[in-house]
Write a protein that binds this ligand. Structure first.
Ligand SMILES: Cc1cc2nc3c(=O)[nH]c(=O)nc-3n(C[C@H](O)[C@H](O)[C@H](O)COP(=O)(O)O)c2cc1C
Length: 244
């Protein structure tokens, strides 16, 4: 018996289709928006360098990018980390007080927040950090090496503990759902895909190894970062390290 039509995913796609007969009659959901980006005002700040450039051609980057799960015991530089963060969520344009980022976002709502498990980056104390795009800085939210907890929470994928850094992306659904309602979930996940792909390409541009990861225990990651798993929940990860 084929249960495709009983799956949540199938029903979600059916129920959130646009069609020109009903689109304009659909009632908009009453969902309050959320702040455009999160700020950890108490967190100790680390400014990121801006003196870097990716020298490799896009042609080579696309040709040679491959998921890499074996990392050398060699720290990433702060420049490397800055490039990676800029590629996934850097501010690349402004319109008044409004910021545009390196990755596109439906309605320019940017519902995805970036956290890092810093594990082997020169001059940075291992710990959990939050990326603050407006200041191009990190806010430290937890001290101490979290690599083994991260690997355990990712179904025991041990290569995550050996990475120099693990990117952990969460979604603040309210930011998007206040405009797009039920259909918004499609867009949030697409946004995350764009962000992750930018990261993977930038990593290859620096000749670093990277791997996207979506197999993880959601609430273990939420607990690790102190997120409630409702207003904000982890949706995607990627590991980056020096290639072996
Ligand atoms: C949404 C998504 C989730 C993934 N999750 C994992 C994962 O949990 N663990 C893993 O080792 N690789 C994961 N991967 C990497 C894929 O296995 C990999 O992209 C695929 O085998 C194709 O290989 P390539 O990336 O080298 O081209 C994921 C990739 C995507 C796009």
């Amino acid at each position: 018996m084929d249960d495709l039509k009983n799956s949540h995913g199938y029903r979600y796609l059916q129920e959130t289709k646009f069609d020109d007969q009903t689109l304009w009659r659909q009632q908009r959901l009453e969902i309050e928006p959320a702040e455009p980006y999160k700020v950890y005002s108490e967190a100790k700040k680390v400014k990121l360098p801006t003196d870097w450039k990716i020298g490799r051609s896009l042609n080579d980057i696309l040709q040679y990018r491959r998921s890499c799960r074996r990392y050398a015991d060699k720290p990433l530089s702060m420049q490397d980390l800055a490039v990676l963060l800029w590629a996934c969520q850097g501010i690349s344009g402004r319109a008044g007080s409004f910021f545009f980022r390196t990755a596109p976002s439906a309605g320019a709502l940017y519902p995805v927040e970036t956290y890092l498990s810093i594990q082997n980056v020169e001059t940075l104390v291992p710990g959990l950090y939050h990326f603050q795009p407006a200041e191009f800085a990190l806010g430290k939210i937890h001290d101490g090496f979290a690599g083994y907890k991260v690997a355990d929470a990712a179904l025991g994928q041990n290569f995550l503990a050996k990475a120099g850094v693990v990117f952990i992306w969460s979604a603040i659904l309210r930011r998007n759902f206040s405009k797009y309602g039920h259909r918004g979930l499609r867009y949030v996940m697409m946004d995350a895909g764009h962000i992750c792909q930018n990261l993977l390409l930038a990593a290859e541009g620096l000749e670093l190894g990277a791997c996207p990861v979506a197999a993880f225990y959601d609430d273990e990651f939420n607990r690790l970062l102190g997120l409630d798993g409702e207003e904000e929940s982890v949706i995607y990860l990627a590991a980056v390290g020096a290639k072996e």
